[in-house]
Design a protein around this ligand. Structure first.
Ligand code: MRU
Length: 339
C-alpha cells in the first residue's frame, strides 16, 4: 500500500509528500509540500482527505511553518480555515499549539526538531490507533457475510490501515470470509475511486455499487453489517460523516442490520452536546453539476452540496475506537471509554 503522507527529511529540515487522491486510481502521482500554504491548499483541494489524514497533514503543515520561520498564529489560522467538519484537523493543530507553548525559550533549531518529531509521532500514533480499532472491531463483523461501507475510511483517509477499512482488514486477517460492498459516494466518488482501489490492492473481494443501490442490498439479507468512519462524533454519539451516511444508517436500522462507526479518539468532540452543533462543510456546486470535468446539469441550475451529514446516535449500534467499543447510552459510554 502506498503511503498517504510522509515527512521527507533533508538534513535538519524537510518537506511533506502526499499521494494525490484526486487522481487515484488512474494515476499514482505525488504532491510535494514545501510550505504550510502548500499543505493548506492540499487539504482544501482534497489532494489529501479523510479526517485522520487531515489531522496528520495539519500537524506536518505546522512543522513546515516553523521551518519557514512564519508567524505561528498565521500558520495556525491558515490551516484551521481549510475544512470545517473533521475535528481531527483542530485536534492536530491543538497538539502542535501545546508544543509551541512549551518551547517559548527554545532555539529555532530545537523548535524545528521538536515540531518535526511531534508531527511524526502523530502520524505513527494514528496508524497504531487504526490497528487497535481493527482489533476491537473485527469480532463484530459477521463471518461469511458482506460488509457495506460508505466513502473511504481506509489507509488513504488515515496515516495507514484505516478505521472502517481497518475493521474489515482485521476481520480478514482474523480469517473471516467476508466481502465488501463499497458505495460509490457521490459527488466526489471516494468509494468508487479510493475504497474500491484500496481493497482491490489488498485482495479483499469488493463490489462497487452506486449510492442508490444501498437500500436494495440492505434489504436482500446479504449484508451482515455496515461499517463507516466519522469526521466528528458529538458527546451524545451523533456522528458526522460523508454525505449519504445518514440514509445508509436509517436503511440499516429498518432492515435490522448493525451499523458500526469506527473512529480514533481524535475524532471525538465531547465539547458538543449534539450533532446539531457540528459545522457542515458546503463544497463547490461544480462537484454536483460536473462529472470528471463534463458539465452534465443544465446551466444556472440551483445546487446544494453539503459534504457531510449527521447520523443521530439512535441509528448507531456501536462506536469502535482504539480504546474499545462504546454502545448507547453514548453520553455515558463515550466519557467512560475516552477517560
Ligand atoms: O470529504 P472527505 O473525503 O474528507 O470525507 C471523508 C469521510 O467522510 C470519511 O468517512 C471520514 O473522514 C473518516 S476517514 C477515516
Amino acid at each position: 500500500m502506498v503511503e498517504t503522507i510522509e515527512w521527507v527529511s533533508e538534513g535538519g529540515s524537510g518537506h511533506v509528500l502526499m499521494i494525490d487522491q484526486r487522481r487515484l486510481p488512474r494515476e499514482q502521482v505525488f504532491v510535494t509540500c514545501r510550505t504550510y500554504e502548500d499543505v493548506a491548499d492540499a487539504i482544501r483541494t482534497m489532494v489529501i482527505r479523510g479526517a485522520p489524514a487531515i489531522g496528520v497533514a495539519a500537524a506536518m503543515g505546522v512543522a513546515l511553518g516553523v521551518q519557514q520561520g512564519a508567524d505561528y498564529e498565521t500558520v495556525h489560522t491558515t490551516l484551521a480555515a481549510t475544512r470545517p467538519t473533521a475535528v481531527n484537523l483542530f485536534w492536530g493543530l491543538e497538539r502542535m499549539r501545546l508544543l509551541h507553548a512549551s518551547l517559548v525559550n527554545a532555539s529555532q533549531t530545537e523548535r524545528l526538531l521538536r515540531f518535526i518529531d511531534e508531527s511524526q509521532k502523530i502520524r505513527l500514533e494514528d496508524i497504531a490507533m487504526c490497528k487497535a480499532i481493527g482489533r476491537h472491531g473485527a469480532p463484530l463483523v459477521p463471518d461469511g457475510k458482506t460488509v457495506l461501507t460508505h466513502c473511504n475510511a481506509g489507509a488513504l483517509a488515515t496515516a495507514g490501515y484505516g478505521t472502517a477499512l481497518g475493521v474489515i482488514r482485521a476481520a480478514v486477517e482474523a480469517g473471516k470470509k467476508i466481502d465488501v460492498f463499497a458505495d460509490e459516494t457521490r459527488p466526489f466518488l471516494q468509494g468508487a475511486r479510493l475504497t474500491a482501489w484500496e481493497l482491490q490492492q489488498d485482495g479483499i473481494p469488493t463490489t462497487l455499487i452506486t449510492d442508490n443501490m444501498a437500500g436494495h442490498f440492505l434489504k436482500s439479507g446479504r449484508i451482515g453489517c455496515v461499517v463507516v468512519g466519522a469526521d466528528r462524533i458529538a458527546g451524545n454519539g451523533d456522528v458526522a460523516n460523508k454525505i449519504g451516511t445518514y440514509s445508509v444508517a436509517v436503511l440499516a436500522k429498518e432492515n435490522g442490520i448493525p451499523f458500526y462507526v469506527a473512529a480514533p479518539s481524535s475524532t471525538f468532540d465531547l465539547t458538543l452536546d449534539s450533532g446539531d452543533q457540528i459545522p457542515i462543510e458546503q463544497r463547490s456546486s461544480d462537484e454536483v453539476t460536473h462529472v470528471f470535468g463534463v458539465h452534465v446539469a443544465p446551466e444556472n441550475i440551483g445546487v446544494e452540496n453539503p459534504a457531510f451529514d449527521v447520523t443521530p446516535a439512535r441509528y448507531v449500534t456501536a462506536i469502535i475506537c482504539e480504546k474499545g467499543v462504546a454502545r448507547a447510552p453514548y453520553k455515558e459510554s463515550l466519557r467512560a471509554i475516552l477517560g
